[in-house]
Structure formats: structure tokens, C-alpha cells
Write a protein that binds this ligand. Structure first.
Ligand SMILES: Nc1ncnc2c1ncn2[C@@H]1O[C@H](COP(=O)(O)OP(=O)(O)OP(=O)(O)O)[C@@H](O)[C@H]1O
Ligand SMILES: [Mg+2]
Length: 495
């Protein structure tokens, strides 16, 4: 059990938590939601003790252990087993068998124990991180967007693992389906407070909406009454016979707390900046082959002609070459053989997987946006900041303190400055909250040009893709049809 009491925290003028409390009881698996930048990761940092709140207390039962699943892959030991042992508690130091047991449970074979962590795919590296947390035997497991950068197969594995988690957990993810399939309770950071309910996200947002409606109604009624009383006072102020009555009304009015109107919460809404394109074929890939080493050819003999309205889903497990293909098309890598021929009016907009890591932590939001086009006048830069929900002083924030979703919005803003007719998007929805994802999907849907999209989100694939480039079973191939067709007619191999 863990309780937070009267928590307050602000970063400068930005209030994150305002005297809020919450409690998690034994065995509750809690999903944590809220818009990008509301303070979800910050809450986890407070729970782990990494960050000291301005005010408030955290109380737990005795010897309560909190484990945090690192999202960043950063290993220091030469082997998987030694890396796993880093998670052992001091009194457990010599119980290597505990680590072996957990590693096996997470799908590592005995031979794997002695291999280097870096030999494994992203999915297995996350499992290694998870093993490190699990060997510390936490009562409360904290996970901050664990599915970012995991492939569909690893995500499915993680979901089934977490469903069986026997004690408490807090899970942040912007994927509602995943969240609702794991959690028993839902918690949101909303208007600087933490709200929690038993049940799923729909139920929690339903409750919040209902309460806010009631609040607005009460506030409107109170404002109307106030006006009536004020009118009375003004009318009879001069009348000596009513003086005491007027005085008492004035007192009453002063005592009453004014219910402020709720501020509208801004959500992301934007359109891609489409460059004109009148022809049909925008880009032609002919017999393309590429490998980082000659022994490991990631792409062999791929050919496809991309047309203006295409929505191409690029799918496959981690490490198979999806991002590499986008980098090739973007011109950041050179093919070993074959060629990529662009139409003379083809203008590409590339959102790479590592985009947000390319932002300069020392720059401010507005400087970063400006850097995409130094010739752009300041007014336009500020307008783009506003569009990406950094209005006023928020545009002066340094990149280093931004949340994941906020960084993604900065990267998006930079792309939007350049007109394009062929978008190359590599997991663009990572880090974005549910509404921002919807806005991005809508923008892709409306885009007047071609789109090649790498995503592990099956819902987006179903919704958008009209053709697929599939990395599976050791080869790359084109599938002409929707993702539903692909699952029905071809499906994933088991390699
Ligand atoms: N050290 C800091 N100084 C100033 N502002 C900060 C600092 N750390 C975080 N912030 C701000 O606090 C807010 C909350 O950040 P946090 O990372 O907790 O958001 P989040 O809810 O996890 O968002 P996301 O969904 O994008 O991950 C953000 O607006 C962020 O820019
Ligand atoms: Mg976060």
C-alpha cells in the first residue's frame, strides 16, 4: 500500500501538482494517463525518491519496495547474467540463482546468460531491464511507456506478463487498449490533481466530465445569484430603511467564494504543409539492396513505385531494417545496389525514430523550431510554437526539461515548416498522448501526398495503410492490401 498526501510541486511558474492526494491499495494495477506534460513521469520520479516535492508526504507499509523499469537501454556489464545481478538487493548479493530463474522466465536461454546484452534485440534488452527490476522483488512496479520502441511481438509478451503481476503496479502508456487490458484501476493527472477510479480510462474520463459539467452549472448559478444580489445592493444602497439589510447582503457577498470558470484544456490540432504535386508517381524504388555488413543483407531486391495517395505501412519486428529503409528513402543512407529515383517535384518530409534525440538540449523550443529554417521570420516561428502548444513563455523552455511528448511536438513542428508531398514517418506517435495521436492520424489521413509509415500500433495500421512493406521470415516483400488482408492472407511467421 502506498499513499500520497497533499502533494504540491511547481517548476517555476508551471504548477504540476496542487495539494493532491492518492492511494494505491494492495494488488491494484493502476494505469496512469494524462496529456503530454501534465506530470506523469514527474509523479514516478517523486515516488522513486529521485525528485523532492515542494510539499507533501509519501507513506507506505513497512519495507515497501519500489522498482522502476528503465526505458533507456544502458548496460555496463559484459554478460546478461552479470547485468541482471546488478538488480539484486544487498542482502541477496550471492543469490545468483534468483537472477537465473527470472531471466529464464523472461525467455533467456542458459547460453544467453553469457552473451553480451548488446547482442540482443530491443525487445530482449527491455526484458533484461525488466529482469533487473524483478530481481529486486518490488512491491510496486513503475513502468513509464514501456512499449515505446518494442515490436508487436514483444508488446504482446509484455502485456501478458503484466496481466499476471501479483502486487501493485503503475503503468504509463498512451495506448488505451494495452492499458485497459492490464489494469484494474485508472489514475489521471488532470488540472494539477491526481484522480483515480476503479475501472478503465473511459470510466475515469466519464466521471471527470460529469463532475466538471456539474461544477460549471453550479458556477453559472452562483454567478447569476451574485448578479441579482449586486443589483439589489445597488438599487437600495441609498435607502436608509434598508441599510442593515443591504449591509448584510454585502457581507454575504464578500464571504462567498467565487467559483472560477474552468479553463479550456488545449489539445493539439494541425495539418501537414502539403507541397503541390500534379503527377502520379512520386518515387520509384528499383531492386534496392542494403546491409550494414555484407553478411547481413537487411534489404534484398526491393522494388516499389510509390504513388501520390499511397499510405504505405512498413511493418516487422525490431532490428529487421524498417528504419533503415526509411533512412535510405530519405537519402541519409546510400544503397549497396539498386536505386531510388524521385520525381523532380518530390519533396520529402522525414520524421526519424531518433528525431527527438537530435534536438539540442541546450536550445529553447523557439530556437529549435527556428533552426529548421533560419530565414523564417520570428512571428511565424512563434505561431508554430503556439500550434504545437508552446504558447507564451512555454516557447522559452529549454529542450532538456521537456517531457517525451513535448519533445515529439517540437520535432513535428520542425517538419511542418517545410512543405512536403512525401512523408516518411518512423514511429511518429511514440510519446504522444492519445488526443495528440488522434490529431496526428487525422493529419496523415488528410495529407495530400504519399506517406510511408513505420508503426507498431495495429490500430493505426488498420486505419491508414493501403499497401504494406513487410519485414518478416528473413525477407522483405510488398503486400498489396490492408493490414486486415495481410493478417488474413499471410500473417506473421514465427521466426
Ligand atoms: N526540471 C524541470 N524544469 C522545468 N520544467 C520541467 C522540469 N522537469 C519537467 N518539467 C516540465 O514539467 C511538465 C511535466 O513533465 P513530465 O515529464 O512529468 O510530463 P509527462 O506527463 O510525463 O508527459 P509525457 O506524456 O509527454 O511523457 C512538462 O511540461 C515539463 O516540461
Ligand atoms: Mg512522461
Amino acid at each position: 500500500m502506498i499513499q500520497i498526501k497533499d502533494l504540491s510541486l511547481a517548476f517555476g511558474d508551471q504548477i504540476i501538482f496542487d495539494e493532491t492526494s492518492m492511494e494505491i491499495k494492495d494488488g491494484e494495477r493502476v494505469g496512469l494517463i494524462g496529456q503530454n506534460g501534465t506530470g506523469k513521469s514527474t509523479l514516478l520520479r517523486i515516488l522513486t525518491g529521485e525528485l523532492e516535492p515542494d510539499q507533501g508526504k509519501i507513506e507506505t507499509s513497512r519495507d515497501y519496495r519500489i522498482g522502476y523499469l528503465e526505458q533507456h537501454l544502458h548496460f555496463t556489464q559484459p554478460t546478461v547474467l552479470e547485468e541482471g545481478c546488478l538488480g539484486l538487493r544487498e542482502e541477496d548479493e550471492y543469490n545468483v540463482w534468483k537472477v537465473e530463474k527470472i531471466l529464464s522466465g523472461l525467455g533467456f536461454s542458459t547460453e544467453d546468460f553469457h552473451k553480451a546484452p548488446s547482442d540482443f534485440s530491443g525487445g530482449y534488452q527491455i526484458r533484461l531491464n525488466l529482469a533487473k527490476v524483478l530481481v529486486s522483488e518490488p512491491d510496486l512496479l513503475l513502468l513509464d511507456e514501456p512499449t515505446n520502441y518494442l515490436d508487436i511481438v514483444s508488446i504482446r509478451w509484455l502485456v501478458s506478463f503484466l496481466k499476471k503481476w501479483p502486487s501493485e503496479l503503475i503503468l504509463i502508456t498512451h495506448d488505451r487498449n494495452i492499458m485497459n487490458s492490464i489494469t484494474t484501476h485508472t489514475m489521471a493527472v488532470h488540472r494539477q490533481t491526481i484522480r483515480k477510479t476503479e475501472g478503465d480510462t473511459i470510466k475515469l474520463y466519464g466521471q471527470i466530465a460529469e463532475e466538471e459539467e456539474m461544477y460549471q452549472r453550479t458556477a453559472a448559478n452562483a454567478a447569476k445569484k451574485r448578479q441579482e444580489i449586486e443589483a439589489y445592493i445597488n438599487r437600495f444602497r441609498a435607502k436608509a430603511s434598508l441599510a442593515s439589510l443591504v449591509q448584510s447582503k454585502i457581507k454575504k457577498l464578500k464571504k462567498e467564494k467565487v467559483l472560477e470558470e474552468l479553463k479550456t484544456i488545449q489539445t493539439l490540432g494541425f495539418e501537414f504543409n502539403a507541397a503541390e504535386f500534379r503527377a502520379r508517381n512520386i518515387c520509384k524504388i528499383d531492386n534496392l539492396s542494403f546491409g550494414y555488413t555484407p553478411e547481413n543483407q537487411l534489404i534484398k531486391g526491393l522494388s516499389i513505385t510509390i504513388e501520390k495517395g499511397d499510405r504505405i505501412g512498413i511493418i516487422g519486428k525490431n532490428g529487421k531494417g524498417k528504419s533503415t529503409l526509411l533512412e535510405l528513402i530519405a537519402g541519409e543512407l546510400t544503397p549497396d545496389s539498386g536505386e531510388i529515383v524521385d520525381h523532380m517535384h518530390c519533396a520529402k518530409g522525414y520524421f526519424g525514430q531518433t528525431n527527438i534525440e537530435r534536438l539540442d538540449p541546450k536550445m529553447t523550443v523557439e530556437d529549435e523550431i527556428q533552426s529548421a529554417d533560419p530565414a523564417l521570420d520570428y512571428g511565424k516561428v512563434r505561431r508554430m510554437c503556439g500550434n504545437m502548444m508552446f504558447s507564451g513563455d512555454l516557447a522559452k523552455k529549454p529542450i532538456s526539461v521537456l517531457s517525451g511528448g513535448e519533445k515529439s511536438r517540437v520535432s513535428l513542428g520542425k517538419i511542418l515548416l517545410h512543405p512536403a508531398n512525401f512523408l516518411l514517418l518512423d514511429e511518429p506517435t511514440n510519446h504522444l498522448d492519445a488526443e495528440s495521436c488522434d490529431a496526428l492520424i487525422a493529419a496523415i489521413d488528410n495529407f495530400d501526398g504519399a506517406v510511408a509509415l513505420v508503426t507498431h500500433n495495429e490500430m493505426f495500421l488498420h486505419h491508414l495503410a493501403t499497401r504494406l512493406i513487410v519485414f518478416d521470415g528473413g525477407k522483405v516483400f510488398l503486400f498489396e492490401g490492408s493490414y486486415a488482408d495481410f493478417l488474413k492472407k499471410v500473417g506473421w511467421s514465427n521466426d
